[in-house]
Design a binder for this molecule. Sequence first.
Ligand code: SF4
Length: 352
Amino acid sequence: MRMNTKLNEYIEKLASTHQLSLDAYEYVITHRDEEAAEWLARKARDISQSIYGKSIYVRGLIEFTNICKNDCFYCGIRKDASCSRYRLDQEDILECCAEGYDLGFRTFVLQGGEDAYFNDARLCDIVSKIHTLYPDCAITLSVGERNKESYQRLFDAGASRYLLRHETADRNHYHKLHPSSMSFSHRMRCIQDLRDIGYDVGIGMMVQSPYQTAHHLAEDLKFVETFHPEMCGIGPYITAKDTPFHDQPSGSVELTLYLISILRLIYPPMLIPATTALGTLDPVGREKGVLAGANVVMPNLSPVGVRRKYQLYDNKICVGDESAQCRHCLENRMDRIGYTVVTDRGDIKLWD
Ligand code: SF4
């Protein structure tokens, strides 16, 4: 490496110890250059391949409701947004799973807003039906904040993974992104509850969301380093119309890729998706994500008729493609960069 000596020192320390001080993380972010990014990406790829080979895990994403009681300032389906609303019923969801199973998916991700219609009874019923019909599949939920008893019931019904992006590990920044009715402490409590129950937990953050600084991102990295989530979703912030942030610029693909590589070094076995947000801002963003160290992609299994309505941000890709097209498109994309999409539950491989 021929980069800035201090940067070089920090990056090598990260590669060997998987940890840095908060100040060092901030330095690595603010002083990044092309050479450092390339070195980190190469290292991250090597680490990922040493654990997962050239296999890419897929998750079948079913966006089953865009109704939400919350008003997060960045979100295109927030309560006050004027988008047209929908909810899939149990039959629709099971049809998505049947189609997904035939296409080779062994993980279903049920994602939705915080929609009170899906109380514990309704959601547990759906989860347990999927679990009974497809015992070889993992069920992931991504339905926001609930109480611990609710998380426990859903776990007992057969869900074993839960995605709850923390969005930012900085309390003050959190309150700049959310209305006063939402609580940073509660979100973090939920994440801990999920871990305590035994879920594989996915956290995540946006890159360059409004008001975000390098210090905030360093706090996110520190949180990953101490919590060791099974998954971390990271994508560039993308502006959504009809939100208080409608005139804020979207985040950077380059910084997102850099952070993916750092995340791989912090916790080598962590499942890291190459997100749809990356593919939205860059036509080969997901490929670049994998080459930076990601090892998961999440094609859409939602019925095409509702996909346009689940616009968390503007110009989201893949809203017009059938599930089979999405899957094959991603298979081809991964194939072109030398990776293979596999039919597998895609569990984290433990590491020490
Ligand atoms: S980010 Fe999630 S919780 Fe917030 S408004 Fe959007 S769907 Fe609801």
